[in-house]
Structures are given as structure tokens and as C-alpha cells.
Design a protein around this ligand. Sequence first.
Ligand code: NI
Length: 185
Amino acid sequence: MILPITVYGNPVLRKKAVEIDKDYQGLQQLIDNMYETMYKAEGVGLAAPQVNKNIRLIVIDATPFGEDDESVKDFKKVLINPEIIEFRGEKESFNEGCLSLPTIREDVYRPTEITIKYQDENFKEYVEEWVGVKARITQHEYDHLEGKLFVDHISPIRRRLINGKLTAIAKGKTIPEYRVTPNRK
Ligand code: NI
């Protein structure tokens, strides 16, 4: 089932999401729905707050980048209760977009390497080191669980330049091609 996506201005995108455990009801269905929603909207990552669930769950499928970048040709992951333990490397710029910020794209500087601890959909725990596109997408999605958005990382000048676009999204004047949850007045 395709779920409506929350957009800038929705308070759920500014909350710190909470951990879940094996008793979380309907988890597999939610994961399936999040993948379906993400594919329909042509995203490569989606965090639960973007479907109005304040929980620490992320789905990623970076395989569309696999043609240009061998390292992500199989990179499809469910991340439950992820924790980025360490950020390393130089900061690099990458032009990011977000399904919760339709029409906006900005260059964002982030570290190129991370160490991440997470659980998969069976709550098996992993600690892994990711670089490049893997680290990039994961940091973007992880931010969603911390109540952050990529526009929080850009300069005050850039932020001022896109302020009109942000207001239009918040007020429901920007209509993307995918279904969104209208913000309350
Ligand atoms: Ni996003």
C-alpha cells in the first residue's frame, strides 16, 4: 500500500524518533509499504517519520545508482534502531533532494565514511563501515530520525534563498507527483 508522505512543516519531521522492538505491531507490513511508497515516488531512501511514524526505521534501495557506482549495486537495506557510532573522512559535497522537500535540491557537505550499528528486520544486529554513496544516503535518512532535514546543513544565505520554496511546501502550495499528508493549518 502506498502511504502519503509527510512534508516540510509537519511536526513529525522535527521529532526525535523512538526505538522499536520485536513487539512492534505490523512491522513487516510497514516495511513493505515504505518500500512501495519510496519506489512510487522514485526515492532511494525513506525514513519512518516521512510516513508519519515516529519510529527509528529506515528503508534504503540505492541499486539505481549501481550502474554508475559498483559499491551500491546490491545496496538494499532495512535499518532498525540505527546508530551512527563514528563519522570519518573529509567532508564532501553532494547535491541532495528529499521526498519531504519537493522542488528543493542543495549541495550538502557530509563526512564520507561512517561506522553504523543497526538491526535488520529480524532484529539481528550489525556493526558496519560504509563509505561513499552508502554513507551519504544513510546520513541523510538518519537525520530524519533525529528530527533534522538536509536544509539544516546549508549556509544561512542558501537557506534564505530557498525560504519561499520552504514556505510554499509548508502551506501545501507545492504539489508533487506523489501523495502527501497535508499539513494542518
Ligand atoms: Ni529525506
